[in-house]
Design a protein. Structure first.
Length: 103
């Protein structure tokens, strides 16, 4: 890492940043709860940068490429499971009246 110039933000490892984003996505915690091992919250978050990459499909392309590589190496098994169990909703959750009946 080079010496930081005055007025320039320090350079952080992209690997740390992506690790922090993956941690946050995998666990669902708020950005403020991402562990310090991934660097400062503001750096990991890079919220605008993260959302911009999400919108332009970068994360989806990366996921697809990694999945294809893992599948080619035989690391993924595509076994499925079907279940015929029926989960019934409570009567009040299934289209019950929203207004009291007229008397």
């Amino acid at each position: 890492m080079q010496d930081a110039r005055p007025g320039c933000p320090p350079q952080h490892s992209g690997r740390k940043r992506i690790g922090g984003i993956r941690f946050r996505t995998r666990t669902g915690v708020p950005w403020r709860d991402v562990p310090e091992q991934y660097g400062p919250r503001e750096t990991v978050c890079g919220l605008l940068r993260h959302r911009r990459r999400q919108r332009n499909g970068t994360w989806q392309r990366l996921h697809t490429q990694l999945q294809a590589r893992a599948d080619a190496d035989g690391l993924i098994t595509w076994d499925g499971s079907m279940d015929s169990t029926v989960a019934r909703a409570h009567q009040h959750a299934a289209g019950a009246r929203k207004r009291p009946a007229l008397r």
